[in-house]
Design a protein around this ligand. Structure first.
Ligand code: SD4
Length: 343
């Protein structure tokens, strides 16, 4: 081999070495949305300690709930119109296709564990609102105030701003009381539509695949700022927030749930992987489907197939051009932060 050929061979090796951890299929695998590395670490440790993939998803998402990841997961974030933080979460078992979920959960911090309790201790799939909280209390979860100084100050500022922006449309409050009560009617000029703060809108969605190929997925979030009380987003809806079947793969979504849940992006991505579509392409197709009708929506999705290949995709909008996610497998050997260009 001459010098030039040796040089190129060396460069090729270096490039391959660099690329090795990315997209390489190996099991087990933990993958989750956003920069939540501690969550991936907690999930990985659960697996290493002999826990199931369900344990890993629960531990990973619980970690984010306790750390209030980005203010978007767990207590003290995104107050609703009454100033209350409410939580949505789900967990899904890709072997049995069982799902447990909670929506509009109040006063209980560990939403993903309540979701698992719904799955394991009821015949139901989704419990919501006060009744979900009562169920949780009966199952031994501690009821506590989810309000923090931060959520109080966000809410107080919003009241000072005449409750703008908000999530109402085609309503006319008494002009002297912009905060309502709202009645159906023409939208007043002063109304500002809720703009999603893409820097504080980061649900955890996680997919875990065990060494034996079993897959589980889960989500946890405190939803949307200033939501209308009773609002439940995409995160606790199977097929929207996440979806999994061990024979095909798993996916989890994040972003504007009010729009995304109409398209069941996680279900679509898993179905595409079932017929052999590469995870990145499955993710892109799920995003494209939403984009076709809502070009400016804020959202992203992670996908992994049953062999441990993975990918992600996001919709490119001003201020959101790359989507970070975390991967932990034996190749990365650490909760490695990766990202994908939005399109
Ligand atoms: C929701 N999808 O409730 C959640 C919020 C989110 O990144 O994912 N933010 O709409």
């Amino acid at each position: 081999m001459n010098l030039k050929a040796a040089y190129f061979a060396m460069r090729l090796c270096l490039i391959l070495l660099f690329l090795l951890p990315f997209g390489r299929a190996t099991l087990p695998l933990v993958i989750n949305t956003w920069e939540f590395q501690h969550a991936a670490d907690a999930a990985w440790r659960a697996l290493q300690a002999g826990g199931s993939v369900m344990d890993a998803v629960e531990k990973g998402c619980s970690r984010c709930e306790a750390e209030q990841c980005d203010g978007s997961v767990g207590f003290g974030g995104h107050p609703d119109e009454r100033g209350e933080t409410t939580l949505d979460a789900m967990i899904m078992n890709g072997n049995t296709m069982e799902v447990g979920a909670v929506g509009d959960l109040r006063r209980i911090k560990n939403a993903i564990s309540v979701a698992r309790a719904v799955m394991e201790h009821t015949e139901h799939t989704l419990l919501v609102g006060e009744s979900a909280s009562q169920f949780a209390e009966n199952m031994g979860f501690t009821a506590e105030d989810l309000t923090t100084n931060n959520s109080i100050s966000v809410f107080t500022q919003w009241l000072k701003d005449n409750c703008q922006p908000n999530n109402r449309k085609n309503v006319s409050p008494d002009p002297s009381k912009y905060c309502g009560p709202y009645k159906p009617g023409p939208t007043l000029k002063h109304r500002r539509r809720r703009e999603i703060d893409i820097h504080a809108h980061d649900t955890i969605g996680m997919v875990v695949i065990g060494r034996d190929g079993q897959i589980a997925a889960g989500t946890s979030t405190n939803g949307a700022n200033y939501k209308v009380p009773g609002r439940v987003g995409d995160s606790p809806i199977a097929g929207a927030g996440s979806y999994v079947e061990s024979a095909a793969g798993g996916a989890a979504a994040t972003g504007n749930g009010d729009v995304m849940m109409r398209f069941l992006p996680s279900y679509l991505a898993v179905e595409l992987m079932r017929i052999g579509t590469e995870p990145s392409t499955a993710c892109e197709t799920a995003i494209s489907r939403i984009k076709r009708h809502n070009p400016g929506f804020f959202g992203a999705i992670i996908c992994a197939n049953s062999t441990g290949h993975y990918g992600a995709a996001c919709n490119k909008i001003p201020g959101f051009t790359r989507f970070p996610f975390v991967v932990y497998n034996s190749q990365t050997n650490t909760p490695l932060l990766q990202s994908v260009d939005c399109f």
